[in-house]
Design a protein around this ligand. Sequence first.
Ligand code: ADP
Ligand code: ASP
Ligand code: MG
Length: 413
Amino acid sequence: MGLIVQKYGGTSVGTIERILRVADRIISYKEEGHDMVVVVSAMGKSTDVLVDMAKQISAYPSERELDMLLTTGEQVSIALLAMALHSKGYDAISLTGWQAGVTTEAIHGRARIKQIDPKRIQAELARGRVVIVAGFQGLSDEGEITTLGRGGSDTSAVTLAASLNADKCEIFTDVSGVYTADPRVVPKASKLDTISYDEMLELANLGAGVLHPRSVEAAKKYKVRLVVRSSFTAEEGTYVEEVANMETGRVVSGVAHDEDVAKVTVVGMPAKVGTLSRLFNTLADNQVNVDIIIQSSYEAAVTNISFTVAGDDLKKALDTLENNKAELGFDKVDFEQNLTKVSIVGSGMVNNPGVAAEMFRVLAEQEISIKMVSTSDIKVSCVIPAGQTELAVRSLHTAYGLDVEQTAVVHGL
Ligand code: ADP
Ligand code: ASP
Ligand code: MG
């Protein structure tokens, strides 16, 4: 018996039938005597549908109004899930993010949670109710409705679990846990029983969309017991924890990929002290998030600087550079779209020379050109043409001995 926070993603609540099935699962926990707080995402792909409607009106819709629009998605599913529980004879109440006491920064579209006041949730739990909370949303100190960024319901769940001191936070999704690669791309990927917070954080940051990166950050910080599992089966999931007894001896634990990468090259920047600082401060001031950076000098006086951004940020990056061309003093800007960042992750690669070399060898063997590279203690990333993503991810997965024979099951709508 204890307090459990669960989160059900879009596919898991994608139809009325699935919502009723989720209600049954919650009831089975309730019957075991647990207090239940349940975070839900918008049904199916409804957030995408809402974004698309906004984009039909404007390429740059007001961020405030976009948050107002997107938060309606979660309100649909929390209300329906509460009704589903009522229909089965259980007491439940749905709460929006702000009713649940979630306060965020005053930023739209990617607000961080500042604090959660769990009083209302605790009062509802004390009445014996299942509390259903809208994921992905909160309220700023100015009283504005905000969203946490796409996929942010995971972060709502983990931070709620932390503030309620829950015994466990279970993330229910359309696959049975965290795999050695995206099972949609690598059918031979294997499910991990456990993974460390650090490895999971790298995988999530490098594109493994199964968990919102900030949810892993929060789980690590507040020591939340986090489990990823399937809402379609009773299978055990993957535990994300401090020290995972992962497949010992393996250098690489997983392969991640991010298909939304663009490369920008600023040609002919003056090669002097402060150039990089000016360039990247200008980009940061304009909210352009930069990832991999490479500087190459071709003459003593000038230098070229290449960097990657998310595909969605490309236009903003190019506009920012153009608007600041005179101050920055470069000759021209080139860019390339349709790139993928493919990464290998594993704490076993610390102090293990030759891991990057092996990755380059595998990609070269498949005639995949590498456009940029970045490394850290526990990962190596290569930027490659998007058309070769599947080949690259599968080849690396095989080369690092991660393939299993049994094919992973992914539930879709
Ligand atoms: P939800 O709507 O439940 O939040 P998401 O689509 O956000 O679901 O996350 C689940 C998806 O994450 C899976 O369907 C899978 O395609 C993708 N994914 C990417 N990398 C991995 C991985 N390493 N392990 C498991 N799933 C992954
Ligand atoms: N509904 C939001 C999205 O699609 C939040 C989430 O699902 O986590 O991004
Ligand atoms: Mg998700």
